[in-house]
Design a protein around this ligand. Structure first.
Ligand code: G1P
Length: 274
């Protein structure tokens, strides 16, 4: 159904300097796995087999991660260390990985538009790898794919946040059409304090129909002088339908130090069962 997943990964990760001075933020490990690997696992679990990664300068370790490392693999072959590569080998074998470079940073909308050549003319998912999402059952993308099968339109994942936090997110408002599903009538990228249309914040999981590309092309720079996917999605909502889905599970903002530490503690507890 939805086979492609786009990972905008060209950003500088300035909130994590100096760690991200020469290392891509998507390669920051949560316990022993880089953030992007969690995102790829989620996409594969949702049935996707084509990972389309929008990279930028200094991001070559991302490409190396989803490739063989013959020297290392030869070195640890037959030792008990080899088991540590089981998960990443499975991910490498289960999907194709293609890359395109975003030469200028002009916002998330522009990053998604840069991925157009890899995605083509079909519905696709978008994962912002620094939003780490976990759930005991189906992951967020798998939940969204199920919804897409019913509604066949773009869908954004949302969660309730305190009013004091709404200025950090794209915020939606809409009519609840079913439990946890809203038909969007308004969305604002990082609203000024006190002006948010609701407390439902967009988190980094999207399913987009391919007509979004033309809408992004027609979108003027918005908040921060950047081309915002939120603005393009609002046009799509007004001309057709865009849904917001309050997903089941937890989300950690691993772009912030607090969220990253929380994610690390949570995953450490899960993996080592402490
Ligand atoms: C982006 C989006 C924003 C969304 C957020 C989720 O913002 O523009 O609408 O709420 O991701 O993480 P960023 O955090 O990249 O500034």
């Amino acid at each position: 159904m939805i086979k492609k997943c786009l990972f905008p990964a060209a950003g500088y990760g300035t909130r994590f300097l100096p760690a991200t001075k020469s290392m891509p933020k998507e390669m920051m490990p949560v316990v022993n796995k880089p953030l992007i690997e969690y995102g790829v696992e989620e996409a594969i679990q949702a049935g996707m087999d084509s990972m389309c990664i929008v990279t930028g300068r200094g991001k070559h370790t991302l490409m190396d991660h989803f490739d063989k490392n013959y020297e290392l693999e030869h070195q640890i072959s037959g030792t008990d260390k080899e088991a540590l590569l089981t998960d990443i080998r499975r991910l490498i074998d289960s999907a194709s990985y293609t890359y395109i470079r975003q030469r200028e940073m002009k916002g998330l909308g522009h990053a998604i538009l840069t991925g157009r050549e890899l995605v083509g003319d079909e519905p696709f998912a978008v994962v912002l790898a620094d939003d780490l999402c976990v759930n005991e059952g189906d992951g967020v993308l798998a939940q969204m794919v199920e919804l897409y099968k019913q509604f066949r339109c773009s869908i954004v994942a949302v969660q309730e946040v305190p009013e004091s936090e709404t200025h950090k997110y794209g915020v939606i408002s809409g009519q609840m059409i079913k439990d946890d599903i809203y038909r969007i009538d308004n969305m604002v990228e990082k609203p000024e304090k006190g002006t948010a249309p609701s407390n439902l914040a967009i988190i980094g999981r999207y399913i987009l129909t391919a007509d979004i590309f033309e809408l992004i092309e027609k979108t003027e720079p918005g908040k921060g002088g950047e081309i915002q996917i939120t603005d393009a999605l609002l046009k799509q909502a007004h001309s057709g339908c865009v849904l917001a889905y309050k997903f089941k599970g937890m989300r950690f903002d691993c772009g912030s130090v607090e969220g990253y530490i929380e994610a690390t503690n949570y995953c450490f507890g899960k993996i080592y069962q402490v």
